[in-house]
Design a protein around this ligand. Structure first.
Ligand code: KIV
Ligand code: ZN
Length: 393
């Protein structure tokens, strides 16, 4: 995939691969296709649709998705072994364009205790894997698994070798979500300072959220030269999840100036729908307080906040719900709500202030809210017609 604009951030979505790995039950090829079509409309650039060697279902899903995408590039994952790379080719052969993503771990703990190999063996396997994948496609991504804990000299050596072998994207995963933003930014900066052929590939990052740093680490990587971010809708993914698509997309859009004018191809007004479809198909409800897509993300409860929002939404909303595809913000009527909020709700229900006594309705509203927690439109309307005595019954 050729994007020749230094400000454009490539969005690589792994909801269907890393995200799916974390689900209680796997998705069928048709369910994966349904999500892939939504991701395509959302404007993601690359869709990692699965791990073809892992199961016939994943092989079929990658094939099916590749045949149906309109804009995004399909990608299959493979370990740095021949049979995995060949399975990716099997799943995607015949398509005009596709990506093979191959990876091997580079940190000492993974190389020694998991792979039981020497670091030299790992570099050799990486080169062999990239070379083999390049025979099938000119779009090859190589990942240094656990890059966040890899000694920087080893990381530079692997990245340089992978690019020399033909990798067009090199991914630097913080596989276990261990690094801090400043630290991760420095890793990316060191690669740009030290790897001689670094400008021949797109540098990507893939951050996990074990310490809640995935979005911050990804954005810091962009500020240090990375131009692809790997994400999942609703932050789905192994353990605490992957970097959230909606968080990076909306941060880059909202704070573009601070981010040096970077931008993505994400159609932000499709975000809410993508979030809801992924949550529904994956049976993974979105936590209410999840940034951007949680049901509380645009709700205002305190009277001071509600009063501010009613006067000017920007007082407490840095982005509008409409900009991510929600219909409207949500002003919860609670015991913290003020008179202004009650008057405004009654007006939207068609009741002019001249037809009721605001002090009286407000006093009764507070009693009800203390008892009930959240008060709904129909409760408020009922208050207009019930006497306080009757209400106490
Ligand atoms: O977290 C990770 O390192 C991965 C790789 C396969 C990119 O998911
Ligand atoms: Zn991952």
């Amino acid at each position: 995939m050729a994007i020749n604009d230094d400000k454009r951030v490539i969005i690589f979505d792994t909801t269907l691969r890393d995200g799916e790995q974390a689900l209680q039950s796997s998705l069928s090829p048709k369910q994966k296709l349904q999500i892939a079509m939504i991701l395509d409309q959302l404007g993601v650039d690359v869709i990692e649709a699965g791990f073809p060697i892992s199961s016939p279902g994943d092989m079929e899903a990658v094939r099916l998705i590749g045949q149906n995408l309109k804009n995004a590039t399909v990608c299959g994952l493979s370990r740095a072994v021949d049979k995995d790379i060949d399975a990716c080719y099997e799943a995607m052969k015949g398509l005009d364009h596709y990506r093979i993503h191959t990876f091997i771990a580079t940190s000492d703990i993974h190389v020694q205790d998991k792979l039981k190999k020497s670091f030299d063996d790992v570099v050799e396997m990486a080169v062999r894997a990239v070379t083999r994948a390049r025979k099938y496609t000119d779009d090859v991504e190589f990942s240094c698994e656990d890059a966040g804990r890899t000694p920087i000299d080893h990381l530079c050596r692997t990245v340089e070798a992978a690019i020399k072998a033909g990798a067009t994207t090199v991914n630097i995963p913080d596989t276990v979500g261990y690094t801090l933003p400043y630290e991760f930014g420095n890793i990316i900066k060191s690669l740009f300072d030290r790897v001689p052929n670094i400008d021949k590939a797109v540098i990507s990052v893939h951050c996990h959220n074990d310490l809640g740093m995935a979005t911050a680490n990804s954005l810091t990587a962009l500020q240090n030269g990375a131009r692809q971010i790997e994400v999942a809708v609703n932050g789905l993914g192994e353990r605490a999840g992957n970097c959230s698509l909606e968080e990076v997309a909306m941060t880059i859009k909202t704070r573009s100036e601070y981010m040096g004018g970077l931008y993505t191809g994400i159609v932000s007004t499709n975000i809410a729908r993508a979030s809801q479809v992924v949550a529904g198909v994956c049976n993974e409800p979105v936590p209410p307080h999840k940034a951007i897509v949680g049901s509380n993300a645009f709700a205002h409860s305190s009277g001071i906040h509600q009063d501010g929002v009613l006067k000017n939404r920007s007082t407490y909303e840095i982005i509008t719900p409409e900009s991510v595809g929600f219909k409207e913000n949500n002003l919860h009527m609670t015991a913290r709500s003020g008179r202004h909020m009650i008057k405004s709700c009654l007006a939207s229900l068609g009741y002019d202030e001249s037809t009721y006594d605001l002090d009286d309705v407000y006093a009764r509203f507070l009693k009800l809210a203390d008892r009930k927690g959240q008060v709904f439109d129909y409760d408020l309307e009922a208050l207009l017609f019930f006497s306080p005595d009757k209400e106490e019954e």
